[in-house]
Design a protein around this ligand. Sequence first.
Ligand code: FAD
Ligand code: SF4
Length: 564
Amino acid sequence: MPFLSRQSPYDVCIVGSGAGGGMAAYALTQAGATVVLLEAGPLWFSTENSRMLEWAYQSPRRGAATKDHEFGEFDGSIGGFELEGEPYTKAPGTRFDWWRSRMLGGRTNHWGRISLRFGPYDFRRKSIDGLGDDWPITYDDVKPYYDRIDRLIGLFGSNENLPNEPNGIFQPPPRPRCYELVVKQAADRLNVTCIPSRLSIITRPLNGRSACHYCGQCGRGCRTNSNFSSPAVLLRPALATGKLTIVPNAMAREVTLNDRGLASGVSYIDKTTGQDQHVAARVVVLAASALESARLLLNSSSSKFPQGLANSSGTVGKYITDTTGTDMAGFIPKLTDGLPHNEDGVGGMHLYMPWWADNKKLDFPRGYHIEVWGGRDMPSYGFMGGIQNYPKGGGYGAGLKDLYRHYYGAVVGFSGRGEMIPNDDSYCEIDPDVVDRWGIPVLRFHWKWSDHEVKQVKHMQDTFEALIHEMGGTLMWKKPGPDQDYGIAPGGRIIHELGAARMGADARTSVVNPNCQAWDVKNSFIADGGPFVSQADKNPTWTILALSMRTSDYIADQMKKGAL
Ligand SMILES: Cc1cc2nc3c(=O)[nH]c(=O)nc-3n(C[C@H](O)[C@H](O)[C@H](O)COP(=O)(O)OP(=O)(O)OC[C@H]3O[C@@H](n4cnc5c(N)ncnc54)[C@H](O)[C@@H]3O)c2cc1C
Ligand code: SF4
């Protein structure tokens, strides 16, 4: 397949091939544009490269994590919180961890596939509680695009008519597993809403892709393309148009300008040779992930834009957020000695708990959802978290084997994932003293959780404890207290970083307009999580995809009208 054919200047240059960049490549090539896509990592297609079908015993590591595969040896990711030769720095006192993908498709190859629409309230939170900012667009502006990606990519779920968890165009969800039924019973008794999860995994054939066969190995990348990844679902059809050129191992350095102050293309380093290259295009779309795109803008300074490109408002790098998170697991005696049976299902939860409570009755704003885990998935290194942590755990020989059989599947876990409100102390900027291996200045992070988030996480831990007790269980480890901020994960750890190039109705306080078009440079767009005004208590990727499709429609329309 010809991945690189020189047709410069292209109509559009896209930087990054993850959720945002993949969707832009798909939508723009469908609209007839010639597109060049610069991707910092190598080519990777799950059909050829996934290790979905390997058994743990086939490797001497038994699936244990490696430096390059932090989520396990077989995981379909190339990237991590630390990348050799690509540092980032933190202001004194800051704890922030930045996950970066370096592969075709970015994080969509091994993401959790939880695919939640933002609800109507999520676009206008300031109007509701006075905190943060409203988006300049509403749910109704995005709804047609959510509908289109539901049909194009596919996901399972159930229509529940909840006020802020919109219905979708869902395929049938898989049935709950045994432990999930126990969770559901407890949640019902505590009046915590518990419904089928919404994951972009197809349970029925769709657009030439086969339905899931329930091997439970989604994180390795799906060889049958039954879950969503950008290369399989978006880039393959984009390549089939003959309009897409993918340049792998191309690390974008900066957006270049012409003498009219418009973007003229992107300069990049060919990582295979170390040489600087340039690609010319009429329009530039940044989709390198929210913070990496901000880095590119800040590094694209010039005499016309000394503060960096699209940064006349001074807000590039500001208003960054991550999802709040904390976890707890419970040992549930009634799940011990379970009858051996196949519980594989999809690679992810079959049930989840969307936000159910009323913030007016609580001491913190904004909600969270609860992700559920447990069961009897394929054993590998670190299986069950260490038998010594169970009551009467440990031993040798036949007794040890019996203990494993006794406890297998008796632990159920909960992960809270909630909404952070942007604050003035959480932002990124260029570190004036540090560059990466190619001499590109790196980001320096500043981060602080406010009381809002800490109180929310305390509520998560209290809810987990109540659920575990309701199931007749005990906590697997000590509940974190105020000295640990109730166990809130460090900023960046939930890997939902958003903001840094927020959209707005006013060019003085935002980077892009409601079409994700830079106010200052009309042929530059952002198609990742950068333009998000707020987090919501939802995982962000379905909204990144919807906004990228909406932006791409706008670009195609403007190009046809000769306005770009
Ligand atoms: C383990 C894990 C689980 C997750 N689970 C979920 C989930 O269940 N639901 C959900 O909604 N979200 C989830 N996420 C988050 C989700 O993956 C991201 O929101 C989404 O992939 C972001 O898309 P993106 O296009 O902005 O960035 P990415 O997917 O990160 O893609 C960015 C691409 O840009 C490339 N790039 C970066 N810099 C440059 C440069 N200078 N030049 C050229 N290319 C560059 C990178 O190599 C990468 O391929 C998860 C993430 C992880 C890691
Ligand atoms: S569980 Fe389904 S979607 Fe996930 S890897 Fe297996 S077949 Fe693919």
